[in-house]
Design a protein around this ligand. Structure first.
Ligand SMILES: Nc1ncnc2c1ncn2[C@@H]1O[C@H](COP(=O)(O)OP(=O)(O)OP(=O)(O)O)[C@@H](O)[C@H]1O
Ligand SMILES: [Mg+2]
Length: 311
């Protein structure tokens, strides 16, 4: 298949000077944003398979359809979920001469350098190069992080103005956010992923006095097991106050996501595309996507354009 995107930004042996010179601190003018003229949304959760890439693709397409210029970065290039999705979408667009909106996209591979210092330098340079290539043409930059903890993922998190954490509605997913008392369901202490976010927030504050708006959204909500749903809602309300996140309305369990992935489509494309007939469940699902986008509270386009000197 034709290589539609630049997937090889980390293959260089030494950091590119231009990328090394890219310093988010030098551009703090947009309301504490890490990158000037660009709002950065990171999708992160150390739990694999929680819906980060699925949510990212829907938010990206939703924002494109609202008129935002969007750049996207796949930080899990080896797995390449988001990258393959946009490859399929571009192929579909080209084959059908349709006007499916697509972001400018980059995939960043992890480094295979011999030492930790070299590895980190290469990954810093690679992510810096991807940001530098996308940011000038983007109002919003979306970063899809992997479902595991590594240097590249942490680096990606450090650029977030908004961090969105999808989680499945289960105690297994909750365990990465907090240790819960099995008897009383009280929060005993924050756990690994919450600590990662805490560290990232600290670094961000020291680096550019910026803050990260953390949103946790419950994914794959089912109609059954109302008790489990209630328990998780109560715990998240408690935990959000303690470790500083807000909750956004989540997505229900939707079989159609798998079909859409293979076609490079989202729920927001169905009317124009015409291949899948919209039913009530799709309309409800589309509303869930729009509600999530609303909850992000992005600055209006005019404000973004102003801050990047376009007006
Ligand atoms: N709301 C949903 N309803 C039904 N299936 C879903 C939903 N959200 C995600 N899925 C499915 O769950 C699987 C994992 O989703 P996805 O790849 O988005 O997760 P991820 O967090 O990005 O995973 P990873 O950590 O491996 O990157 C996919 O098959 C996807 O289609
Ligand atoms: Mg993913």
């Amino acid at each position: 298949m034709q290589d539609l995107f630049n997937k090889h930004t980390v293959k260089m042996k030494r950091p590119m000077s231009v990328a090394a010179a890219f310093d988010p601190r030098s551009n703090p003018q947009r309301g504490g944003g890490a990158i000037a003229g660009c709002h950065v949304i990171v999708f992160g959760n150390e739990k694999g398979g929680s819906g980060k890439s699925t949510t990212a693709m829907h938010v990206i397409v939703g924002l494109l359809r609202e008129g935002y210029r969007v750049g996207s970065i796949d930080l899990d290039a080896r797995q390449g979920t988001l990258t393959r999705y946009f490859e399929r979408r571009l192929e579909r667009r080209n084959a059908r001469s349709s006007d499916l909106p697509c972001p400018n996209h980059r995939a960043v591979f992890r480094s295979d350098a011999a030492t930790k210092a070299e590895m980190e330098a290469e990954e810093r340079a690679a992510l810096g190069a991807a940001i530098e290539a996308l940011a000038p043409e983007a109002d919003v930059l979306v970063i899809d992080a992997p479902g595991s903890d590594n240097y590249l993922s942490r680096l990606g998190h450090s650029y977030a103005d908004t961090l969105i954490t999808p989680m499945n509605d289960s105690f297994i997913d909750l365990d990465l956010l907090a240790t819960i008392d099995p008897e009383t369901l009280a929060v005993i202490k924050p756990s690994v992923y919450s600590e990662l976010v805490w560290e990232t927030r600290k670094q961000r504050m020291i680096r550019d006095r910026g803050s990260i708006d953390w949103i946790v959204m419950r994914n794959r909500l089912g109609h059954i097991d109302a008790r489990n749903k209630r328990d998780i809602a109560a715990i998240l309300a408690q935990l959000g106050k303690r470790i500083g996140f807000r909750q956004a309305p989540g997505f229900g369990e939707r079989v159609i996501f798998r079909e859409l992935y293979l076609k490079g489509l989202t729920l927001l494309d169905l009317v124009e595309d015409g291949e899948i007939t919209l039913n009530m469940s799709h309309i409800a699902a589309r509303q869930e996507v729009r509600s999530l986008i609303d909850q992000i509270n992005l600055p209006p386009l005019s404000e973004i354009a102003q801050s990047s000197g376009q007006l």
